[in-house]
Ligand binder design. Structure first.
Ligand code: ADP
Ligand code: TRP
Length: 321
């Protein structure tokens, strides 16, 4: 199956990004033909600082490679290295009803919060449809927040196929809804915008500080506690083996197990889990040229697929003479 997803170069990655998205992307590459790209064209709708954007792009590339994205197996590239998507986005925009875009949460949220959105934010779902359709993607693993954009993509694909020719594969529903939402250190969803993240490649003392500040209730040490209502336990469970999880859950229910002990265990598990990835990340930091070469190779492969689709599209709509 051809799997495709895009990731915004939006800064440092945290446990929520890893368990909610990146880990699954990396697993999916094993049994599928995967294409993953860094959505830098999309990022321009919100980042207008040249140096910041460049840094973020390189950072997310190194993050993915360090976490196990295999560039020999997976096509990994930078969105803007395949400018054919912007041509397709224009063609799709001519068949996309305004109402479809006006109903998109990403745009409506901005209006509701009195943020004056640029046209890029409004048109974003069309570019996303082009990203997906140009590679004939079958499966698009994204988080819940992107569900509506996949529905828009499906609508646009069906409409194009009906008006012109059956060129586009209609992608399957998103799949990452089945994965749990990772809580932040304050118990809300972990998110950069809430400032409650544990960043996976942060310095060890920074991670320790964050883990020690995970908010817990103020039950006394000997009081029994419910592990299923504790965000510390939810974070702990992401890393623990079944035995470790059962042991700590029992300690919660019996009483007598202090939160500090669980935090120490969680800290050690985080450090051990990411140790090999951290080393690999350091390798790429010292070999940035290798990262650029990987993205370049990926772009060449992605362009070949995109070019083939665009030839069919240009012919179908009547601009190829
Ligand atoms: P943030 O909320 O920090 O800005 P993004 O929206 O950039 O995170 O996240 C990129 C992807 O990572 C999301 O679409 C989602 O799939 C996943 N993700 C982010 N935060 C979490 C979380 N707390 N739990 C599960 N998945 C998450
Ligand atoms: N909009 C996605 C996000 O914010 C990123 C993205 C851009 C994407 N184009 C895509 C995801 C195509 C899947 C497929 O997370």
């Amino acid at each position: 199956m051809r799997v495709l997803s895009g990731v915004q170069p939006s800064g440092k990655i945290h446990l929520g990004n890893y368990f909610g998205a990146m880990k699954h992307h990396i697993e999916l590459q094993k049994k599928n033909e995967a294409l993953y790209f860094i959505a830098d064209y999309h990022a321009l709708t919100s980042i207008q600082d040249k140096n910041q954007l460049k840094k973020n792009i390189l950072d997310v590339a190194m993050d993915y490679l360090a976490l196990g994205l295999d560039p020999k197996k997976t096509i990994f590239f930078k969105h803007s290295d395949v400018p054919q998507v912007t041509e397709l986005a224009w063609i799709l925009t001519t068949i996309t009803p305004m109402g479809l875009l006006e109903r998109c949460h990403s745009y409506k949220d901005k209006i509701a919060n009195a943020i004056n959105p640029n046209h890029g934010i409004f048109a974003y779902p069309v570019l996303m449809a082009a990203d997906i359709l140009i590679y004939n993607s079958e499966l698009v693993p994204v988080g819940k927040d992107q569900k509506q954009h996949i529905e828009v993509t499906r609508d646009i694909a069906v409409k194009f196929n009906n008006i012109y020719e059956e060129i586009f594969t209609v992608p399957k529903e998103y799949i990452m809804q089945q994965y749990a939402v990772v809580p932040g250190i304050d118990g809300q969803k972990m998110s950069k915008s809430y400032g409650n993240t544990i960043d996976i490649f942060a310095a060890e003392n920074e991670i320790r500080k964050k883990v020690m500040s995970i908010v817990t209730d103020c039950a006394a040490l000997n009081e029994p506690k419910d592990p299923d209502k504790c965000n510390l336990f939810a974070l702990f469970a992401l890393f623990a083996s079944e035995d470790e999880k059962n042991e700590v859950a029992q300690g919660y229910r019996k009483g007598g197990l202090g939160y500090k002990v669980v935090k120490d265990k969680l800290f050690n598990n985080i450090i051990n889990h990411f140790k090999p990835y951290r080393e690999k990340r350091l390798y790429y930091e010292n070999n940035k040229k290798e990262v650029l070469d990987i993205l370049f190779d990926g772009a060449v492969k992605a362009q070949a697929i995109a070019q083939e689709t665009m030839e069919k599209v240009r012919d179908a709509v009547g601009i190829k003479l």
